[in-house]
Design a binder for this molecule. Structure first.
Ligand code: M6R
Length: 369
């Protein structure tokens, strides 16, 4: 059943190019526009939405954090992303013009289900992004956009995450298309870029041997830190979560701009720090800032593990280890930048003798609050 792989997680990591392609399948028409009729929310309603709230847990929450950047940029609708377990306890402000998006691989996560029930009671429309046909969360939502990752068995979410991102980008671009924003051309070009992502994920998977080697070399470490900015920040959080759940190591993700407000005090000699570097094209200010963050931590002894796009030469002098990913638009970079972090965590767990598919204390779906 594991298709020749030692673990379901390895199989599921390898299935990502197909999962991404399958999630796009049939949703882009011949003219290069999106058709998401399956949403069953009339365009007239989508045009009236004035706020989006995303609720989710764990890895799905990280997908939701990334979605916020995409939604706000492409649609200009205010969007917030909140942990489902916190959402209803703060008496959130919701009304019929609010779209709540609940993201869940299993469709059975109790925290997310309770959040969406609360949202519907307040009159908000709920759209589920889900990987499991007919599960509770889509059944209780007004609409659903299924991810087509296929069954995910390993407790650590991998291919579901990538397809959740694709689904979030589709929703963001579709809203942009329906409402018409000043980014019309960008929306069209992003749809084209999304179609190329499956091949780019495949390319990343073909270059992972040095990442596995590095993971084995770090098996005795106690702590690994992860830094990112913009959409790289949730990627850093996701890298840290994977390492916690699989390698049982202390791992933390930070927004790189926060370093100087505290976390830089953690840097000591030979501490591994993974840095997700945004594209030097586009938002180049962010890129330059993160390069100086890498310089700062390296000057204090950190062992820098840098994930940067091909052709980004500015990072080379400061990277103890350099992991290349294909050039993508900044907003889409999480689709390629997350993959090495999954491989890294899986290999570290193996090197530490941990059970990869069934980490201690965890269940695949958390059906209690
Ligand atoms: O099934 P869900 O997407 O609702 O699950 C949410 C989280 O429990 C899940 O993503 C969890 O964080 C994973 N084990 C992370 O790898």
């Amino acid at each position: 059943e594991k298709g020749g792989y030692d673990y379901f997680m390895l199989k599921e990591i390898a299935e990502q190019p197909k999962a991404v392609a399958d999630t796009l399948l049939g949703r882009i028409d011949a003219a290069g526009s999106l058709s998401l009729d399956e949403l069953r929310i009339p365009d007239s309603v989508l045009r009236e939405i004035d706020k989006i709230v995303i609720v989710a847990c764990g890895t799905a929450f990280h997908a939701g954090m990334i979605a916020k950047y995409a939604i706000e940029h492409w649609t200009r609708i205010a969007c917030e992303t909140e942990l489902a377990s916190e959402f209803r306890y703060r008496d959130p402000i919701l009304d019929p013009r609010t779209l709540v998006i609940a993201i869940s691989q299993s469709g059975e996560t109790m925290d997310t289900l309770m959040a969406l029930r609360h949202a519907r009671e307040q009159g908000a429309k709920v759209l589920a992004i889900c990987n499991t046909n007919g599960s509770t969360i889509p059944r209780e939502s007004d609409a659903v956009l299924y991810t087509h990752a296929g069954p995910e068995v390993a407790v650590a979410s991998t291919k579901a995450f990538l397809t959740q991102l694709v689904a979030c980008y589709l929703v963001a671009l579709y809203l942009g298309q329906v409402r018409g924003t000043k980014w019309g051309d960008e929306v069209r070009s992003m749809i084209r870029e999304l179609s190329a992502i499956s091949t780019q994920v495949e390319q990343v998977l073909g270059t992972m041997e040095p990442v596995r080697e590095l993971a084995r070399a770090l098996a005795d470490k106690d702590t690994v830190l992860f830094l990112g900015r913009h959409v790289g920040f949730p990627v850093a959080l996701e890298g840290a979560l994977k390492l916690k759940e699989l390698a049982y190591m202390h791992a933390e993700g930070f927004a790189a701009g926060e370093l100087k407000h505290g976390p830089i005090a953690l840097i000591e000699d030979d501490l591994p720090v993974v840095v997700v570097v945004p594209s030097p094209r586009g938002r180049s200010v962010l890129h330059d800032k993160i390069v100086s963050n890498i310089q700062e931590i390296r000057a204090r002894g950190a062992r820098t593990i840098v994930i940067a796009e091909e052709g980004d030469e500015a990072v080379v002098p400061y990277a103890d280890h350099l992991i290349r990913v294909p050039a993508t638009p900044t907003l889409l970079q999480p689709l390629v930048a997350t993959v090495p972090l999954q491989v890294f965590a899986c290999e570290l767990a193996t090197a530490r003798g941990n059970e990869v598919d069934q980490p201690r204390n965890l269940a695949k779906s958390v059906t209690v609050e």
